[in-house]
Structures are given as structure tokens and as C-alpha cells.
Write a protein that binds this ligand. Structure first.
Ligand SMILES: N[C@@H](CCC(=O)N[C@@H](CS)C(=O)NCC(=O)O)C(=O)O
Length: 222
């Protein structure tokens, strides 16, 4: 198995956690987004969307973090990262997709670069953009968690699911951009519990072999 990864990639971080929780060994292939390595021909041949992450398992190439997580769940079902019941799985998928489809695409590096380079937005404007969308997303997630019928220690029940795998990287990103997370106490509680698990701690950007200090990387920065 090969996993195309970059320490700073929020979507790849979700998959790193899953690989570790499931005890799967994957060769980590670093694709440096800062150096635009994802625009190289060899990578475009692998993923014409030119985005991380990518999982290669035997002859199978899977793009997009949520389909990668679902693939891992189907092929390597232990430990399960989805609840046993249909309603629980639907809730977890809704939660994960709120992050992956609604929040993350508005804040990614290529969007911030476009705002700066093509629209001429200032660093302050981009910070305001980020602040708006992260607050809207996190308050919706906090509401979803507060409305759970039987809250457990994690997003759904007492073990991590795909919901936690999406939540933890998104809050890491919010902290990296100095956002105050105190309005979201349930999120903070769950994230702290997740990060006590080695699979989550070992997947943090600063624990990756390609990590570099991110000082100066602000919304609007490179
Ligand atoms: N929906 C995709 C999002 C993937 C994505 O945004 N990847 C970013 C890194 S987190 C990327 O490769 N960006 C390329 C760029 O900035 O040009 C997923 O969940 O995998």
C-alpha cells in the first residue's frame, strides 16, 4: 500500500489517522504542496485533479479522503470506524461530509492563494474569510453534537469514527490560524480525548517526517 501525503494536508491527516487506527502499514510518499509537486506530470497521471491524498492499494488507486476512508473500512473492517446501525452511520457520514464538503473546500490553500493572487484580497480580508467560514462550520458541528440522543466520549459513541477523523484535523487547522475554540466546548472535549490516542497524536503534522515549522503561514500566506 502507498499513501501520497503531505504533513500540511488536512485531508491527508484524516487518512493518516485511519491507517494507524487500523494498524495498516503504508509506504508514505511525500508530495510537497508548497513546492507544487502535485502539479508534476507523474502526479497528474495518478490524480488528474492534482490533489492529495491518494491511496494506492495493489492496483487500486483511490482519490478523495472520504472515499479512501470508506475503502479502508470495506477492505480492512477492523476496528470499525462506522457505527453498527444504519442511523448511526448516516449521522457519522453527515457530520464528516459537513467538514469535508462544506467547510474544508472554502479554506484550502489554493482558495487562499486565489483570493490573494487573483482577487487581490489582503491578508486581513482572507483572515476575515477564514474566520467567517470556520465559525459557521464549527457552530453547526457543535449543534449537531449537542443534539445527539446518547452522547459518548467521541462524536458518535465511545470509539472514534469517521466523524472524529474529520473533526480533529479541522480543529487543528483552526488552531493553526489562531481561532478561539472556546465557544465549542463539546468539540474541544472530544478532540482532547481523540488526541490522547496514539493514532491521533502520531498523525499530527508536527509528527510527520516531512514536517517543517509553519510560522508565518497565515491565511493569505503561501
Ligand atoms: N475533497 C478532497 C480535498 C482534497 C484537498 O483539498 N487537498 C489539498 C490538500 S488538503 C490539496 O491537495 N491541495 C492542492 C493545492 O492546494 O493546489 C478530499 O477530501 O480529499
Amino acid at each position: 500500500m502507498k499513501f501520497y501525503d503531505f504533513y500540511m494536508s488536512n485531508a491527508a491527516y484524516r487518512v493518516r489517522i485511519a491507517l494507524k487506527l487500523k494498524g495498516l502499514e503504508a509506504e508514505q510518499v511525500i508530495v510537497n504542496l508548497i513546492e507544487d509537486e502535485h502539479r508534476a506530470n507523474w502526479f497528474e497521471a495518478l490524480n488528474p485533479q492534482r490533489m492529495l491524498p491518494i491511496l494506492e492499494d495493489g492496483g487500486i488507486v483511490v482519490a478523495q479522503s472520504l472515499p479512501i476512508l470508506e475503502y479502508l473500512e470495506e477492505v480492512y473492517p477492523e476496528p470499525p470506524l462506522l457505527p453498527a446501525n444504519t442511523a448511526g452511520r448516516a449521522w457519522v457520514r453527515s457530520f464528516a461530509q459537513s467538514i469535508a464538503s462544506d467547510m474544508h473546500p472554502l479554506m484550502g490553500r489554493r482558495v487562499r492563494r486565489y483570493l490573494a493572487d487573483r482577487i487581490g484580497a489582503s491578508a486581513e480580508d482572507i483572515d476575515g474569510w477564514y474566520r467567517n467560514w470556520i465559525a459557521a462550520g464549527l457552530s453547526g458541528l457543535e449543534g449537531m453534537l449537542a443534539a445527539r440522543e446518547s452522547p459518548g466520549g467521541f462524536c458518535s459513541g465511545d470509539a472514534p469514527t469517521l466523524a472524529d477523523l474529520c473533526l480533529v484535523p479541522q480543529t487543528y487547522n483552526a488552531r493553526r490560524f489562531n481561532r478561539d475554540l472556546s465557544p465549542y466546548p463539546t468539540i474541544l472535549d472530544i478532540v482532547a480525548r481523540c488526541n490522547e490516542l496514539p493514532a491521533f497524536a502520531d498523525s499530527m503534522p508536527e509528527n510527520q517526517p516531512d514536517w517543517k515549522p509553519m510560522e508565518g503561514v497565515i491565511p493569505g500566506g503561501r
